[in-house]
Design a protein. Structure first.
Length: 178
């Protein structure tokens, strides 16, 4: 393990790639090597933040979907705020009009992170109050996570303090569900 850590350090310091990553077989070897090593190293560092945020956002959608399905098949029409439905439908229609494969046929997958917060807040009393410890805390943690999501989703590096803030916000999120 110490050798791996040492090799990681050498790769970063000298902006070289020693081809040790077993997942590299998934990379597009035609185009990937054409990017500067500094950009590839930055992407490698940001990938772990993207991965954790991907899991978080998908799990929050799953929680919302599972909880609201308890109200029957018309949960989308009855429990989702009108503006969220309009925006999700607009994103879905825009995707369909471009002729690409739709990401989903579930409109909840077309909501953004801020809208997920809105859905939880609107349905707090009858759906989420027994799952989370405090409504304001959920709103604040989700707002912070949404702020941190920006650089992750838009290919900008996270500053060291923001990585710490991301980890603390994730810890806060899971604590709210205890």
């Amino acid at each position: 393990m110490l050798t791996e850590v040492g090799l990681d350090k050498i790769e970063r310091e000298h902006l070289i790639d020693l081809q040790r990553d077993i997942n590299k077989s998934d990379r597009d070897e035609k185009y990937y090597p054409q990017f500067e090593m500094s950009i590839r190293n930055e992407a490698l560092q940001m990938a772990k933040h993207y991965e954790i945020f991907y899991c978080l956002e998908k799990s929050i959608r799953g929680i919302i979907r599972d909880r609201l399905k308890e109200f029957g098949d018309s949960w989308w029409e009855e429990k989702i705020p009108e503006q969220v439905k309009v925006e999700a439908n607009k994103r879905h229609e825009e995707e369909l009009s471009k002729g690409i494969t739709p990401r989903s046929y579930d409109l909840l997958d077309y909501t953004n992170f801020g809208e997920l917060n809105t859905i939880i807040n609107k349905n707090w009393e009858e759906t989420f109050s027994d799952m989370f410890s405090n409504r304001d805390a959920v709103r604040n943690v989700m707002t912070m996570l949404n702020t941190l999501r920006g650089p992750i989703a838009h290919c900008s590096p996270l500053a060291e303090d923001e990585v710490t803030r991301l980890h603390m916000s994730l810890r806060d999120w899971f604590r709210l569900m205890e």
